[in-house]
Design a protein around this ligand. Structure first.
Ligand code: HGY
Ligand code: MN
Ligand code: MN
Length: 410
């Protein structure tokens, strides 16, 4: 399994490029992202791909065969990370795709895309790279990060030519993304690979609880407007509500209390809310209910709540035919039919699917761990994923897809 070992070594090498020493933290267009782009560019070029940076900072590696006459298979995932990330979320899909296409005699034209931003950490809006690739970049340029810098300014200072072609080639026929499962299902089934049928929708909000800072020693309890007490009571309600609804997950991932001194009653709290479910109606209802509970919990303490909707992303079904191809290729590679799964994590595939038929292959996450430094993969599972992806390339090479290309762009 030399290819699989090289993929894992490369992912671990990319994990050393970070904004914070001792962990892997690599948000959109940060300096360590530049170093990662340099290395991935080298690997793409030695795999025979022609490489360029598009107008949203996505790294685009196109095979020599790709031209308007041939259908093109898109492969890839994202290169940015969450704070204190593991070494495989996103990058595995890019590095493994490069390894798969590096083999001689590509049966079909391919384009490997290293999306510049999927996690939504810096600008609070996820999928910036893939949204731009499907033609929605213009709506993103005005987004501001915590320092007040816009996406457009960040692209400029990073040296990205914002005018560089970013859309998908008209001959793009399909998109296949390999990604770690980031959950416990494949390990519980003792299976190396899974095929994603659908990706759960997700809603993301930022809430601002506004009370009254005051002296911690002189302000009686009944005269307080404690923003953190209100947010904390709400947080417990979020957990209780999510536990009561099958398949619903709701997370308050960040809470910041200000002014933040031990002898001052917190007058202001910023909190995030992430709500997900495979059924959009359940997710939307849950989001509304949890925002209502924030208001009532706060009102009881004389605290006001402001809400900003950061994302309302509907659930997305993967392309049935591609799911079938991935299932057969994985069955051939592993000797058993892979389970079909719904992804609780969001992925670029849910954005690209709006433009071309898309599907995903999941690789087992030992310990079910992700968005954590101990995130890992098994070499034999990566080898199986590599064999599966090469099988999909072969299948595409054996069939012509012109009729589907028109259909895909209808
Ligand atoms: O948060 C997610 O769903 C993914 O890791 N971007
Ligand atoms: Mn992630
Ligand atoms: Mn990811």
């Amino acid at each position: 399994m030399p290819g699989a070992r090289r993929v894992i070594e490369r992912c671990r090498e990319l994990a050393t490029f970070t904004e914070v020493a001792g962990e892997t933290t690599r948000p959109f267009l940060c300096e360590s992202a530049r170093a990662v782009q340099g290395l991935v560019r080298q690997w793409m070029e030695s795999a025979g791909l022609e490489v360029r940076l598009d107008g949203m900072g996505n790294l685009r590696g196109v095979s020599a065969r790709a031209d308007a006459s041939t259908t093109r298979l898109l492969l890839g995932s994202h290169l940015d990370t969450v704070p204190r990330a593991g070494a495989f979320d996103g990058v595995l899909g890019v590095v493994l795709a490069i390894e798969a296409v590096a083999a001689d005699g590509l049966p079909i034209a391919v384009e490997v895309i290293g999306f510049s931003e999927e996690e939504g950490v810096r600008f609070r809006r996820p999928f910036l790279g893939s949204l731009a690739a499907v033609g929605r970049g213009a709506e993103l340029h005005g987004l501001r990060d915590a320092a007040g810098e816009t996406v457009a300014e960040a692209l400029r200072s990073f040296g990205v030519d914002a005018g560089a072609e970013t859309g998908l080639a008209p001959e793009a026929a399909a998109y296949v993304e390999v990604h770690i499962e980031q959950g416990p299902v494949l390990e519980s089934l003792d299976r190396p690979l899974g095929v994603v049928e659908a990706i759960a929708g997700q809603s993301r909000y930022t809430l601002r609880f506004v009370g009254q800072s005051n002296h911690a020693g002189t302000t009686p309890m009944h005269l307080r407007r404690d923003a953190l007490a209100a947010a904390a009571a709400w947080l417990v309600a979020v957990e209780g509500y999510a536990r009561s609804e099958e398949g619903l997950v709701a997370t308050v991932g960040r809470v910041e209390a200000r002014p933040g001194a031990s002898n001052i009653i917190p007058g202001e709290v910023t909190a995030t809310l992430d709500v997900r479910h495979r059924d959009d109606a359940v997710r939307e209802r849950a989001g509304q209910e949890l925002l209502t509970r924030a208001q009532t919990t706060a009102e009881r303490r004389g605290v006001a709540v402001e809400v900003r909707v950061e994302l309302a992303q509907a659930a997305v079904a993967m392309d049935a035919e591609l799911v079938g191809m991935l299932t057969s290729a994985a069955a051939e590679a592993t000797g058993s039919t892979p389970p079909r799964m719904t992804s609780g994590a969001g992925h670029d595939a849910m954005i690209v699917a709006g433009r071309v038929p898309s599907a995903m292959l999941f690789v087992r996450s030992p310990g079910g761990l992700s968005h954590h430094p101990d995130e890992t993969v098994r070499t034999e599972d990566v080898a199986a994923a590599l064999m599966t992806l090469r099988g999909v390339l072969r299948m595409f090479g054996e069939r012509s897809t012109p009729e589907r290309t028109e259909a895909a762009h209808a």
